[in-house]
Design a binder for this molecule. Structure first.
Ligand SMILES: Cc1ncc(C[n+]2csc(CCOP(=O)(O)OP(=O)(O)O)c2C)c(N)n1
Ligand SMILES: [Mg+2]
Length: 187
């Protein structure tokens, strides 16, 4: 999915990810040519902080497209910022990596041998919420959907949001090789 977004994005697109399990996957599949135009919100690490970074980037460079990649919990944490996007930043496309979970916690609980399903929750239909806040919404269930919907944003303008369902079974390399083995030592 991230590779499809990367392929579809214009060369000068600004790409911002929020933090969460998903950002390890997102960061792995954004091509190296974008190094100067790609921000991972991980230093401070508060979920939903990426909204402010995406909005700031969009206002600073209104002639460029901003692709904001978020988890579903981060999206809920910063939902009021989607209203700001709806009002002020037509150049922002928000893509929600929706695993219906606080995925970072899901995978960490699992590594510790605890009940990882405690981190799950039935997240709302983001594509249905977005239009209430002035943001065009669509649902993606395949790579083809992603390609079409990113293209529609680039052609038709925005702001827009893609609610993409992803599987909890796909674990990022960062979690598989670093974070989960470390936690497993303290079971
Ligand atoms: C304000 C804040 N609260 C809690 C956390 C701990 N935390 C880090 S990632 C994460 C889950 C984020 O879930 P989501 O946005 O759905 O992304 P996912 O991990 O599922 O990919 C949480 C709760 C945090 N970093 N910041
Ligand atoms: Mg999630």
């Amino acid at each position: 999915m991230t590779a499809a977004i990367d392929r579809a994005a214009p060369d000068d697109a600004l790409i911002v990810t929020d933090t969460g399990h998903f950002h390890g996957i997102a960061a792995s599949f954004i091509g190296p040519a974008r190094a100067r135009h790609f921000e991972v919100q991980a230093e401070f690490g508060a979920i939903a902080q990426g909204f402010g970074m995406a909005i700031g980037a969009a206002l600073a460079a209104p002639e460029r497209k901003v692709l904001f990649l978020s988890g579903d919990a981060g999206l809920m944490q910063g939902l009021q910022d989607l209203d700001t996007i709806g009002r002020f930043t037509p150049n922002v496309l928000t893509v929600v990596y929706n695993d219906e979970s606080l995925g970072a916690e899901f995978h960490k609980l699992g590594a510790k041998g605890l009940v990882r399903e405690k981190a799950d929750y039935p997240s709302p239909d983001f594509a249905a919420i977005a239009p209430l806040l002035g943001v065009r919404g669509s649902r993606a269930r395949s790579i083809e959907d992603i390609e079409q919907q990113v293209a529609a944003f680039l052609e038709g303008g925005g702001p827009a949001l893609i609610g993409a369902r992803i599987s909890r079974r796909v674990v990022s390399r960062q979690y598989r090789e670093e974070i989960m083995p470390q936690l497993a030592k303290h079971k």
